[in-house]
Write a protein that binds this ligand. Sequence first.
Ligand code: AP5
Length: 211
Amino acid sequence: MHRRLVILGPPGGGKGTLASRLAEHLGVPHISTGDMLRLEVAHASALGSRAQAFMNAGELVPDEIVVEITTRRLAEPDAADGWILDGFPRELSQAQALEDQLGPEAVVVLQVPDDEVFIRIAGRRTCPSGHVYNVRRSPPKTPGVCDIDGLPLQQREDASEEVVEERLATYKRETTPVLDYYDGKGLLHRVDGTGDPDQVYERVLSELESS
Ligand code: AP5
């Protein structure tokens, strides 16, 4: 199976949930630009301070920041033999920056209706290490506590209804041309992202294995 994969889709579309399982299956790193940016914010780095306002408003963080952290991460030794990129590229300029290195072998876009996006994001809780739960669909064993590391679960700062609306609008405006770009190159796989995470994972695996 391909070892350089891009996972795209709307906010709350299940990119992170799918990418972490695929990464484990393939033995390659799961590289999420959202997670890397949130880490920079948590560390109060100069880069994180610049990114935070854009993230809290549901807008894209400027290219020079996102391309820099992604390029740096892709150059690390564990990514030499493949990677799963979650949430990058989101603009044509970012797709071009990725081509300047080693581009993806396949691009999966999860298709999830807007109303499902709002339900999933309202229910999502994450621990500081990034483990993801959903109070409605995949709750932790003890409410409010991560099963894996026992840390308290939180809701993300960009989870309000108003910000989610903006994130969805940004996705439709900025990322649709990226989907068209990869479609034109014959790399795009549109996959139904509804149903439970196991179903979505199996659907994606069979789509990629038959391509
Ligand atoms: P990012 O963190 O990438 O956010 P996003 O794209 O809005 O996506 P989410 O992380 O909200 O959702 P997801 O698709 O990973 O879904 P998840 O698996 O968690 O980016 C955040 C911000 O950073 C952006 O707004 C932007 O400002 C900036 N940024 C990031 N990348 C950038 C870039 N390239 N350029 C510029 N700026 C960038 O699932 C959601 C919930 O649903 C969870 O609770 C999960 O348990 C549940 N769930 C998952 N799958 C299913 C399923 N099949 N059925 C039911 N529930 C499910």
